[in-house]
Design a protein around this ligand. Structure first.
Ligand code: AMP
Ligand code: MG
Length: 358
């Protein structure tokens, strides 16, 4: 029995909850045991599983039911196909062709158009906190080549003139960016893919399954015995621990956090989620944001955007737009949970954090 851990990987339940407090450890063990019993007791069927490396991350797929193997095979093929469409390093990808042909409309797949449409909506609704044209900045900070460096202020200011989500144009078949601009689907492609996995499971008659695409968990139906899936949210300060465990069915749970990718220079930490308005790593007081919503692509885009925006702006966004729930872990050791998650989230293991419901 494994727990679905909303970080960059799956972990066994026992690993995820190892804590100092013995009472809590015992409670967690009992809880884990219960989970094991519930699956083993009600449905001894083994999942069809696959581990796939795509989109620069490890992905895990699990499916139950008669057609589970067909569904997993279809999902694997689809993940490689999507990776080839969105990869910045593949010369034939949609993303690369639009960048190489900047200034002209370039025919692209419906998948790329769907991502660009969602990215544009997020760009406007978040006042530019989400920006799919962040590419030149990511490149300057060395995140693509893994040759990390802190760019000069002047270089950042100059690069900002090449970052503008409002300048991306799409038609029914084609996309265009301006010369000098670039595209980076890193904040949204895995969510798009997890949503697609859910559709493929359904098309193949699989009504119980779960996928974890590097921090993007998507639950398809419930567990085979009908109980919800358990998804763990990592403690951003200690990734091997959990902040909370969430019960979920038929929805996506996506976490964004600076702790997922960062480098250190001169004693300072610089992470991979940039504020496209300043050109620097977002510094809005959050350690992580988890978004829970039905659509994986929306959850992925939103978790990145809300991380950039910070707690107050994110809660205003929640009040204005709704359609999702969220868990915020702040730098001042508070876990803020939106009201819709009450009753199906256990944050008792959030050691050293105050837990508030909103
Ligand atoms: P995520 O892990 O989903 O939060 O996405 C982070 C990734 O999205 C980064 O590694 C970049 O590739 C890209 N990215 C960074 N900052 C932004 C931003 N403000 N808006 C959109 N994409 C971003
Ligand atoms: Mg994201």
């Amino acid at each position: 029995m494994r727990m679905h851990y909303n970080g960059t990987m799956h972990v066994d339940f026992e690993r995820g909850v190892c804590r100092k407090n013995r009472k809590r450890r015992f409670a967690a063990f009992a809880f884990a045991l219960l989970l094991c019993l519930s699956v083993l007791g009600c449905d001894a069927e083994a999942a069809a599983r696959a581990d796939v490396f795509a989109m620069d991350t490890v992905m895990t797929l699990s499916a139950y039911g008669k057609q589970k193997h067909a569904a997993i095979d279809a999902c694997k093929a689809e993940l490689f196909r999507l990776d080839a469409l969105f990869s910045v390093t593949n010369a034939k990808s949609d993303v690369r062709r639009v960048m190489d042909g900047a200034g002209a409309f370039i025919d692209v797949s419906s998948e790329t158009l769907a991502i660009l449409a969602q990215a544009s909506a997020l760009f406007y609704s978040t006042d530019g906190a989400f920006d799919v044209t962040v590419f030149p900045l990511m490149e300057a900070w060395g995140f693509y080549a893994k040759a990390y460096t802190v760019p000069e202020d002047a270089a950042i200011r100059s690069l900002l003139t090449r970052v503008d989500g409002g300048a991306v144009e799409i038609t029914e078949t084609a996309a265009r960016i301006l010369p000098g601009m670039g595209l980076d689907f890193g904040a949204i492609a895995k969510g798009f893919a997890s949503q697609r996995m859910a559709e493929l499971f359904m098309e193949n008659g699989v009504t119980s399954g779960i996928v974890s695409l590097g921090g993007n968990v998507q639950a398809i139906g419930s567990q085979p015995d009908g109980t919800p899936w358990s998804v763990g949210i990592a403690d951003p300060r200690q990734k091997e621990k959990l902040t909370a465990v969430l019960s979920c069915s038929d929805e996506a749970v996506v976490t964004s956090g600076g702790y997922n990718r960062f480098f250190e220079q001169d004693g300072k930490t610089y992470h991979h989620i940039l504020d496209p308005r300043t050109g620097y790593p977002a510094d809005a007081g959050l350690l992580s944001v988890t978004v829970v919503c039905e659509n994986g692509m929306a959850a992925d885009g939103l978790s990145t955007a809300l991380f950039v925006m910070g707690l107050d702006a994110a809660l205003s966004y929640y009040d204005e737009y709704g359609g999702f729930e969220a868990v915020f872990v702040t730098e001042d050791d508070t876990v803020v949970i939106t009201g819709g998650l009450k009753g199906r989230i256990d944050a008792s293991m959030a050691e050293g954090f105050d837990v508030l419901y909103r």
